[in-house]
Design a protein around this ligand. Sequence first.
Ligand SMILES: *Cc1c(COP(=O)(O)O)cnc(C)c1O
Length: 419
Amino acid sequence: MQFENKLSFAKKMDANDELRNYRNEFHFPQINGKDVIYFTGNSLGLQPKRTQKYVDEIMNDWSALAVEGHFHAEKPWWDYHERLAAPLARVVGAEPKEVSAMNTLSVNLHLLMVSFYRPTSKRYKIICEEKAFPSDQYMLLSQVRFHGLDPSNAIVELKKRPGEHFWHTDDILDKIEEVGDELALVLIGGVNYYNGQVFDMKRITKAGKKVGAMVGWDLAHAVGNIELKLHDWKVDFAAWCSYKYMNSGPGNASGVFIHEAHLEKDDIPRFEGWWGTKKETRFLMKPEFEPMPTADAWQISNPPVLSLAPYLASLQMFEEVGMDALIRKRDTIVAYLEYILLEVDKEVEGSFEVITPKDRGCQLSVLLHGQGRTLFDYLMKQGVITDWREPNTIRLAPAPFYCSYEDMYNFGQILKRAY
Ligand SMILES: *Cc1c(COP(=O)(O)O)cnc(C)c1O
């Protein structure tokens, strides 16, 4: 497509955008009396207007029914989480029985490692990407120490090549081969939070399985952003948060995926609680744990319905729109943003550099040469919300659900004035 750096062109793109009506479905913060240009849907998605209704429903049921709400609420609370499974499965490419919504992301990855990181004296190493998201680093370090192992030996970090900003799939596959039968687990962020790179999850998973390791993915930046086929790729387990591209609200519930191959196994270690036992007999309060035949076996507590309500509202929107349409718009709007950045760079040469590789989703990470935090502050004052990472990177994620082409054009104009 031939892009143009013109307001009329951007407006035409918006008029032809199949998702144009969804912009109205979200609350936008206001700066200088106008909707902000929001580039941080990769950090905290905007609030869908319909979310309030879902939360109110629970508040109203609670006030009117109290404990009876567990079974007699509009959407009964005791199995509220089950409503999320089918739509979530469609977003991540899974069977409904392979997914569950529960807890929060880092907690879930720890719980999943209880089941899927079981080091032996021979097979105990974990492969992860260098400079992983801090929580992931802390998780792996503490897991390894918990098993009495030395992190400097047990954790193998995937390095970028000198002077480069991204990982080569071949380097990753080579490292998996090299660690071979010492490899217990591959756990990588499916989309890197810093450079926006989308990893080749299919090939990496296959390579990990081939040497006999478990393969898990942290999908915080992948879910609701890129196409996922967790079941077909034979991923062992995955978890994600719902407050980034899934717009379910700050700190909100996580989702997990556990491959069908691991369900209904008697010998799988797991931290268990009453919501993981068979629902048919749960309230008989029997001493034996009989696992649910689904990912719900990993549920520990009764569902936090006040946080699942916004998640359900969000999933309803994903059901209406579908990942295919979101991905179509994502690719076009990100390409337009990149074009706009290059147009500005032509006028102010050498001012910045896009470090996100071509294997990308919604995010462009931009390395600023010369300008630093002052640019970030200037943009904020002009109503452009970006994300700043030390020492000199801004991340721009035009979420396809609610960002417009006009936003991209206006951003270019504002950026140009900064120089
Ligand atoms: C956002 C993010 C997290 C956040 O974890 P919480 O447990 O939800 O606080 C973890 N890992 C990655 C890769 C992330 O991008």
